[in-house]
Design a protein around this ligand. Structure first.
Ligand code: HEM
Ligand code: HEM
Length: 189
């Protein structure tokens, strides 16, 4: 049985949360608009630092999310707060959507690059020029994966914004410990 919660998320859960939040936001800000035009003009994406950083941060989000999900299965009990059933449901639904998007964003990006024959270009000069397994799979033709990826990128920022607003609402108006559970320095004396 897991020990009773201290009222705070454990240090690893907090580190995963805030590093991921910063990486998702930075990846969004660097989202490469006009990528298709650059590719049609024969530009090498490795020469555009916004693209290289965007792809590297996005893959970092994927790696952190996989490790974080493993940690969720092993970690100590997380804090529980009493709240109305609709609020609990909304919170669970928002978390589920965020988890799904943190995995779906990198996956759709890789499928987009692979199916259109564009290179994956990462920091440190790492690159994969062709992904034949994806290009030749039936998934490649199912959608314009670049468009799907961009839409999901917008969606995660809207949902994360709602989630952040809810956390601030809990702290300022409901005055419970929900935000402090992720940011212990906010603890009320
Ligand atoms: C948290 C992760 C990510 C977020 C929030 C995100 C967000 C976005 C957004 C909003 C766009 C559209 C930009 C615009 O049209 O102005 C975009 C485009 C793009 N992203 Fe990401 N992205 C993420 C991860 C990745 C990863 C891991 C890769 C590569 C492996 C990647 C590669 C691309 C590419 C190539 C485009 C251009 C797509 C096209 O127009 O065909 N992204 N991303
Ligand atoms: C892209 C940005 C963000 C993403 C993807 C995200 C994602 C998540 C996820 C998946 C959880 C569940 C964590 C777990 O069980 O370990 C969570 C919890 C939490 N997040 Fe975020 N978050 C983001 C930004 C923010 C921001 C900006 C705030 C505060 C202003 C915030 C406040 C919280 C709080 C207080 C919790 C724990 C309380 C709860 O159960 O809702 N998050 N977040």
């Amino acid at each position: 049985m897991r020990p009773k919660s201290s009222g705070y998320y454990d240090l690893a859960s907090r580190a995963f949360h805030w590093i991921t939040a910063v990486a998702v936001t930075a990846a969004f800000i660097l989202g490469p608009g006009g990528f298709g035009r650059l590719m049609r003009n024969g530009v090498d994406p490795a020469t555009h630092s916004d693209i290289v950083w965007h792809e590297s941060l996005g893959l970092l989000v994927f790696a952190l999310t996989v490790l974080r999900l493993l940690w969720v299965a092993l970690r100590p009990a997380v804090p529980q707060f009493s709240m109305a059933p609709w609020m609990r449901l909304a919170s669970k639904g928002t978390h589920l959507a965020l988890w799904a998007l943190m995995l779906a964003l990198p996956v759709t990006a890789i499928v987009a690059l692979g199916s259109e024959g564009h290179p994956l270009t990462l920091l440190g000069g790492i690159r994969i020029d062709q992904m034949p397994l994806i290009a030749e799979s039936p998934i490649a033709g199912l959608a314009d994966w670049g468009d799907v990826h961009g839409l999901l990128g917008d969606a995660i920022m809207w949902i994360a914004g709602l989630h952040a607003a809810a956390a601030i609402f809990h702290h300022v108006l409901l005055r419970d410990g929900v935000l402090a559970a992720m940011l212990p320095f906010l603890r009320r004396r």
